[in-house]
Design a binder for this molecule. Structure first.
Ligand code: AMP
Length: 632
């Protein structure tokens, strides 16, 4: 018997579960399903988004519905149209082997008469947003007077969005003896009030800690000067070539403006806010789900209920006015057991908000520095090298090889590699060479990292290294710094600016330690794997000692060892990508918004003026679909 069978689910559901590929019930499913199946009861379930709660109520609901009775028996209320459609879809999937069950979605922005017609045909389950549901009740288009089950999904979000009165009014239209199942990530007073008013002796289940952020999300903040906020966003995107993110702004205007700027600078971005038409919003969401958009810039309201798997980063471009909202934002990543990162770009005057958020989410933030141009170039360069390595060759190209060989035959392998990489890369380097670093460290971080004053490694004479160990070897900057100091027998402040990435890290020492670093570290093994360290950059007084590393490495090894890990190969991607609509066409919603923005040649222009980031569409835009490597 598998674990789903043990929960008491019937054959047709088990079959559907098999099709869905769910192997084991999630915690909320394990806790809720047997209770809900066993008897008719009210229930309050505190569970974050992404924990599998749709199935936690969906499976029992479908099992309990009488498929032979065409009357409406269950109402599921959800905060947004997006979520409403998602739940409807899931319920349809769950009930695919259960004959005669009809699930209808009811939401604003679509024809109310068509929805009413569908209900009339017989919908045992209605999934609705509160506003449209209230509208339908007012117009007498729906009858929920004899439902048996009512589910309030993401109750806190619905109340946050101002649906309190609609919910109260809708619930008042339902019979007292029904079962009410309330799912919420948090339990603010308003939710507790609804529970008290409309539920009787509800069973309570909690998944994770009440009000805490998801354990699968790590939290980072980057301190910047206010004028550098946008530049910081771009750098964070550049330093994470596989980013697939939701970027939160406070206002619709900022949301639109930031998305437009990103698009203009060549990123695959789009805006999502309340001023877009429903069709535009649908277009944007479709493109985001299809990964044609890497950065979805959204307001809190518009992004509520977005349930897209594999979002790698949530970026708080600005912190929300209500600190509690942070939890909802960060819940867009780290879903379904995947790991995610929630980033806050913060100015000095907002720093105290970080501590308030830490108290709410009961998790600590890690303070990080905005990557310097050099670091970004290195990351992108390796990303590119990996992409080349992973690209599957279409043998059509063989026909052209003799001609190509003719042109390139005088170049050595090394020259050829350099030139190939430069084709894509020169513009990037040119851009970052001309732009100052923007990192600001809080005095706290400087103290902890052992930096006496803010260091910018371009001009302080220190030597920057690149080493092939990182967070996947269980290091953070503190533990790596300790490890390096110990291994190299260096003093307290001799290793600084340690920046840990997933598969590799950077750190600095003064030039006098370089020989030691190269000699010792390159001969050390970590759990059977050879450590490989390289000088990352000649920093003013530092030196670049190619001989030192030349004997020890070959470029293949470096690629393999230093590259950020990726799932899957980039090979398939290229062809995906080329057939996919390019950014210009993606997200129907945004294109019409910004018809005057320069599309073509923008990068070339920026090359001339060089005050604009390189267009990723021409340099790294077609990087592999941002599927974040799991940090496990
Ligand atoms: P939810 O919290 O309902 O929004 O679910 C988040 C995601 O987890 C959805 O993509 C579900 O399809 C998926 N999911 C739900 N239950 C399971 C399970 N038992 N095993 C694997 N994935 C699941």
């Amino acid at each position: 018997m598998n674990k789903f069978e043990q929960l008491g689910l019937n054959e047709s559901l088990l079959k559907a579960i098999l099709d869905l590929g769910f192997e084991n019930p999630s915690e909320v499913q394990e806790k809720a399903i047997p209770l809900l199946l066993e008897k008719d009861t009210d229930m309050v379930a505190l569970a974050q988004t992404g924990t599998g709660k749709t199935a936690a109520f969906g499976f029992p609901l479908i099992q309990k519905i009488d498929a032979d009775n065409r009357n409406t028996q269950a109402l599921v209320l959800s905060p947004t149209r997006e979520l409403c459609l998602q739940i409807t879809n899931e319920l349809k999937n769950y009930s695919k082997y259960e004959k005669g069950i009809n699930v209808v979605a009811v939401y604003g922005g679509a024809s109310i008469t068509e929805q009413a017609r569908e209900i009339k045909r017989g919908a045992q389950i209605i999934v609705a947003t509160p506003g449209r549901m209230q509208d339908m009740i007012n117009r007498g288009l729906v009858n929920i007077k004899s439902i048996d089950y009512c589910v309030l999904d993401e109750a806190d979000e619905m109340l946050n969005m101002g649906f309190y009165e609609d919910i109260v009014s809708i619930l008042s239209d339902t019979p007292d003896e029904k079962s009410t199942w309330l799912f919420s990530a948090t339990m603010p007073q308003e939710v507790a009030r609804i529970a008290k008013q409309f539920m009787s002796e509800p069973l309570e289940i909690t998944v994770g800690t009440k009000n805490s952020g998801s354990a699968t999300v790590s939290h980072e903040f980057y301190l910047v000067n206010a004028r550098d906020r946008y530049e910081a966003l771009k750098r964070l995107a550049d330093a994470n070539p596989d980013i697939f993110s939701v970027v939160f702004c406070r206002t619709k205007r900022d949301t639109q403006a930031i998305a437009e700027k990103l698009i203009e600078d060549g990123y695959s971005a789009a805006a999502l806010h309340g001023d877009l038409s429903q069709a535009q919003r649908d277009g944007v969401m479709k493109s985001f789900r299809g990964r044609q958009i890497q950065m979805l810039v959204a307001t809190d309201v518009a992004a509520r209920g977005i349930d897209v798997d594999n979002v790698t980063h949530v970026v708080n471009y600005q912190l929300p006015d209500e600190i509690e909202t942070y939890n909802h934002r960060s819940g867009r990543t780290g879903r379904a057991g995947k790991l995610g990162t929630s980033i806050v770009i913060v100015t000095k005057s907002e720093l105290r908000k970080i501590s308030s958020i830490e108290r709410i989410i009961k998790q600590k933030f890690e303070e990080k520095s905005i990557p310097s141009g050099i670091e970004i170039c290195e990351i992108q360069l390796l990303h590119l090298a990996n992409k080349i390595k992973d690209t599957e060759v279409d043998h059509e190209i063989d026909n052209y090889l003799p001609a190509i060989n003719n042109v390139l035959e005088d170049l050595s392998k090394e020259e050829l590699i350099k030139k190939m990489v430069s084709v894509e890369f020169n513009r990037f380097i040119t851009y970052y060479k001309k732009n100052r670093d923007i990192s600001v460290q809080s005095s706290n971080e400087r103290r902890e990292r052992g930096d006496s004053e803010p260091r910018e490694f371009n001009n302080n004479g220190a030597v920057r290294y690149f080493v092939n160990i990182g967070s996947r070897d269980n290091f953070d900057w503190m533990t790596l710094k300790d490890y390096l100091k110990e291994t190299l027998e260096l003093g307290r402040d001799d290793v600084f600016k340690v920046d840990v990435k997933e598969g590799f890290s950077f750190f600095n020492t003064d030039p006098e330690h370089t020989d030691k670093v190269m000699d010792i570290l390159n001969n050390v093994q970590l759990e059977g794997r050879r450590i490989n360290v390289e000088i990352s950059k000649n920093d003013g007084g530092g030196r670049r000692d190619h001989n030192n590393r030349g004997g020890r490495r070959d470029s293949g090894r470096r690629d393999g060892n230093f590259a950020p890990r990726r799932e899957g190969s980039g090979g398939g991607f290229r062809s995906d990508r080329s057939s996919a609509p390019r950014r210009e066409g993606s997200g129907g919603g945004f294109r019409s918004e910004r018809n005057s923005a320069p599309r073509e040649g923008g990068f070339r222009r920026s090359e001339g003026s060089s005050d604009r980031a390189p267009r990723r569409s021409e340099s790294f835009g077609d990087s592999p679909r941002p599927r974040r490597p799991r940090r496990d």
